[in-house]
Ligand binder design. Structure first.
Ligand code: NAP
Length: 226
């Protein structure tokens, strides 16, 4: 059984993933930025609460100290809004989304790297989206091409690149990214598959063990094109 931390575990896919991992018998740290929602979520799921705001250096550093030993980090915390048309995009729009989806994942990964490198079965799993796929986005016949969210797409594409770079830099770790699929959480106003289905995909990849793949973009049906 592994010691696993998932960020953004207060609700949605992160919460359901934590609940599923606890059911499998893992020790699960649930990183949440809101203490009262986070403690409530951890009580409900049977995980351990740790305060973790992925946009704040001090919070992430303190979480790494509180958690200690770690086998698997799941960078799940993410934001979608605000969506603005391309000509209206400003650096503050970019910062608002990249701060969580990209900088947050890098900040958290780096803070937990020393602990992960002590594990014999270490993994980092970045929760991305297939709409961050350059291949799919450049295919104008793809079903999601018409879906806007230019900045969110770019943030997930950047997260995918960091996934590859960490996988190359740390061959002792398995570093992958996963598209959980369109899921009916708050982020999608309830439209999509049940969060437990997304959680099952994440759990399978996160717990694949030392023989699992690394440097891959994976989804429920296998490899997703970059
Ligand atoms: P959600 O229901 O909106 O939940 C987002 C989670 O991220 C919440 O727990 C939120 O915490 C947390 N979070 C946001 N900013 C944070 C920060 N600065 N520090 C720590 N936690 C933070 O979204 P979701 O659908 O579960 O999405 C989870 C992940 O899946 C995201 O990375 C998203 O991009 C990805 N994804 C989702 C879908 C989908 O269809 N839903 C599809 C593809 C990929 P609070 O409760 O404190 O706000």
């Amino acid at each position: 059984m592994a010691i696993i931390l998932i960020t953004g575990a207060s609700r949605g896919i992160g919460f359901e993933t934590a609940r599923a991992l606890v059911t499998e018998g893992h020790t699960v740290w649930m990183g949440c930025r809101d203490e009262s929602r986070g403690r409530q979520a951890a009580t409900t799921a049977g995980g351990r609460f740790v305060h973790l705001d992925v946009t704040a250096d001090e919070s992430v550093r303190a979480a790494a100290t509180a958690v200690g030993a770690l086998d698997v980090l799941i960078n799940n915390a993410g934001v979608l809004e605000p969506d603005v048309p391309l000509p209206d995009v400003t650096t503050s729009h970019l910062t608002a989304i990249f701060d969580t989806n990209v900088f947050g994942a890098v900040r958290t990964t780096n803070a937990f790297l020393p602990a992960l490198l002590q594990s014999s079965s270490a993994a980092v799993l970045n929760v991305t989206s297939s709409i961050g796929s350059l291949t799919k986005s450049a295919d104008f016949t793809d079903e999601f091409t018409a879906y806007p969210q230019d900045v969110y797409r770019a943030s997930k594409a950047a997260l995918n690149m960091f996934t590859v770079q960490y996988a190359k830099a740390y061959p002792a770790l398995r570093v992958n990214c996963v598209d959980p699929g369109l899921t009916g959480t708050d982020m999608m106003n309830g439209f999509g598959q049940p969060p437990a289905v997304a959680a099952a995909t994440i759990v399978r990849i996160a717990t694949a063990g030392p023989d699992g793949p690394t440097g891959r973009f994976l989804g429920a049906d296998g490899v997703v094109p970059w």
